[in-house]
Design a protein around this ligand. Structure first.
Ligand code: ATP
Ligand code: MG
Length: 567
């Protein structure tokens, strides 16, 4: 490609609306342009990188025995009615009616369509297992699209769906996909970590996310220093010492104007871990839609809202108002778990605890000597606390630490959550009708472009691994003579002939401008050709970010090959 014909509009300044480095650089280096909120054009450079990433994913998925197909972006509402998600999915699902008044949506994911397809074609256990995947555009009307390709509304996903006759076969495929993802992210040159994950709204049992480690990551993940336990904070567990508290009677105490856990502990001279913090939320969605829930954690713990969301099977939680709190029999500032009319759930760490202190649901009053299992009838417990950095590992003697991650992949064991309502039925070995179990496996292909740039950049721009770069080589012509341009052109054709993706910067720009653009775009190998060098039969080759070296004109192709092979 000749530079003067390439649509790669580079910018010298950081665009005002870009916060993270990948968004800034992908805009500045001319890889993407915004169309509207969360929707982007992939310019030629961006598309080339996308194709390189897709090629690796395809190769590994095919190698793992999955088959590629392509499903539509537009999906009929009927299928979503059948799976039960038309009601459940919420405002991220972009719904519309066609000219015949049929409800439709833009697919945010494809469980419904794939189940419908497979249900029609599946007859016998002999056709199973089967793993089908596609690389295709998804639409999710995200509330806060941001960071460019990182969280778009329209984005590209690799989504795979596997179907099985039994649990054992599903487990084996889950492991196969887990290992395949490790290979894919390793080949992409990423520092990543698989972590145990929450299943989210998709439902099902086992689930792991793959996170690219980056400060800008939206997710908090925790991992053990000694074993391979790692989890998204949304479901992480940990080991830590909790104070015993002494066995004593439930007693009301006066706490005038003392409301926060810290102040109550100080006022009563008690360990803050013996305080019970009671937080009230209004539930949206699920079996308790519209009700309030009071969640209790220790005074030194924070509530992990996703854990609570899952415990009450909600789609979302809203902080309750003072009026909500008073409706359930509580008083803001002095709320406690006793005698509330709402659902009350305690963190597991409160199950065996004695001598706790909690609000009494009376002004200026707390209770001491609380023992939840003894004093509260039919108390419900769940894991609700957010683990803390430096807590102990739940599996070994190690210590946990935090890092931030960008979720680039997610594998789920779905079981029959979708295949049952969608009637994906086959005849088993005994001739009985049986529901297929499923796994599903996603990779955020367009998000990966951003995630890679987050890890591969420097002060001058993007630093692509050579096999992902839009062009492996850029020829920078420095000389103005016809002879110089002829040499450049000849080399350009030679490299193309050798299947090396090459950009020839033949613009009549100052060398400084050409170097800046090549560095910004992150092209791994520069071939610099000037009149002076040519007089001696040499050109310069420079790997991005390294020193130049002189190479004899005839040896350029082999030198480039050597550099690329070494990658
Ligand atoms: P997130 O928690 O980041 O919203 P998710 O759990 O909703 O993601 P999945 O349903 O597991 O995502 O989708 C599979 C993959 O698609 C994710 O691992 C992620 O890499 C990618 N992805 C999801 N949402 C977006 C988005 N809005 N923009 C770009 N990529 C996305
Ligand atoms: Mg996910």
């Amino acid at each position: 490609m000749k530079y003067s014909q390439l649509l790669a509009p580079t910018l010298r300044e950081d665009p005002a609306d870009a916060e993270v480095i990948s968004h800034k650089l992908l805009l500045r280096a001319g890889y993407i342009r915004r169309v509207t909120s969360g929707v982007y054009n992939y310019l030629p450079l961006g598309l080339r990188v996308l194709r390189n990433i897709e090629a690796i994913i395809r190769q590994e998925m095919n190698h793992a025995g999955a088959q590629e197909l392509l499903m539509p972006a537009v999906q009929p509402g009927d299928l979503w009615q059948k799976s039960g998600r038309w009601e459940k999915y919420g405002p991220e699902l972009l719904r519309f009616k066609d000219r015949h008044d049929h409800e439709s949506c833009l697919g945010p994911t494809h469980e419904e369509v794939i189940c419908d397809l497979v249900a029609r074609e599946l007859r016998s256990y002999k056709q199973l297992p089967m793993n089908l995947y596609q690389i295709q555009s998804k639409f999710r009307d995200e509330i806060r699209p941001r960071f460019g390709l990182m969280r778009g509304r329209e984005f590209i996903m690799k989504d795979a769906y596997s179907f099985h006759a039994d649990q054992q076969s599903l487990n084996a495929e889950y492991q196969n996909m887990f290992d395949t993802y490790k290979r894919i992210f390793t080949r992409l040159g990423l520092k990543f970590r698989p972590v145990e994950a929450d299943n989210g709204s998709i439902g099902g049992s086992a689930s792991h996310e793959f996170h690219v480690l980056a400060e800008s990551g939206e997710d908090l993940i925790t991992h053990c220093s000694a074993c391979d336990y790692a989890a998204n904070i949304e479901r992480a567990q940990s080991r830590r010492a909790t104070p015993a508290g002494s066995d004593s009677e439930l007693t009301e105490v006066n706490t005038p104007n003392v409301t926060s856990a810290e102040d109550v502990a100080a006022f009563l001279g008690a360990d803050i871990a013996l305080l019970v913090k009671t937080l009230v939320y209004r539930i949206e969605g699920g079996p308790h839609d519209g009700q309030c829930v009071a969640a209790c954690v220790r005074g030194d713990d924070a509530l992990q809202e996703i854990k609570l969301t899952r415990a009450v099977q909600a789609t979302a939680l809203q902080m309750a108002s003072d009026a909500d709190i008073s409706d359930i029999g509580g008083i803001t500032g002095f709320i406690g778990p006793r005698a509330l009319s709402s659902l009350v759930i305690f963190d597991e760490s409160l199950r065996q605890a004695d001598g706790l202190i909690a609000g009494a649901n009376k002004v200026d009053t707390h209770v001491t000597g609380l023992n939840v299992s003894r004093d509260i009838r039919d108390a419900q417990f769940a894991d609700l606390r957010q683990t803390r950095e430096a807590d102990g590992c739940p599996r070994c003697d190690g210590t946990m630490s935090y890092s931030r991650g960008i979720e680039v992949g997610h594998v789920f064991e779905l079981g029959t959550v979708y295949s049952e309502p969608m009637e994906v039925i086959f005849q088993d070995q005994q001739g009985k009708r049986s529901v297929a179990s499923m796994g599903c496996y996603g990779i955020g292909v367009s998000r990966l472009i951003a995630a890679i740039v987050e890890q591969c950049n420097d002060a001058d721009g993007i630093a692509w691994p050579a096999h992902l770069a839009p062009f492996q080589v850029v020829i920078i012509s420095m000389g103005k003579s016809d002879a110089c341009m002829d040499v450049c052109e000849k080399l350009y054709h030679e490299l193309k002939q050798a299947d090396i993706e090459t950009l020839w910067d033949e613009r009549k720009e100052r060398p400084g401008v050409k170097f800046k653009d090549a560095e910004l775009m992150g092209l791994p190998i520069q071939i610099i050709i000037g009149d002076r060098g040519l007089e001696n039969g040499v050109v310069e080759i420079r790997e991005r970010g390294r020193d130049k070296q002189e190479v004899a004109q005839e040896a350029v192709l082999s030198s480039v090959r050597n550099l690329l092979d070494r990658e």
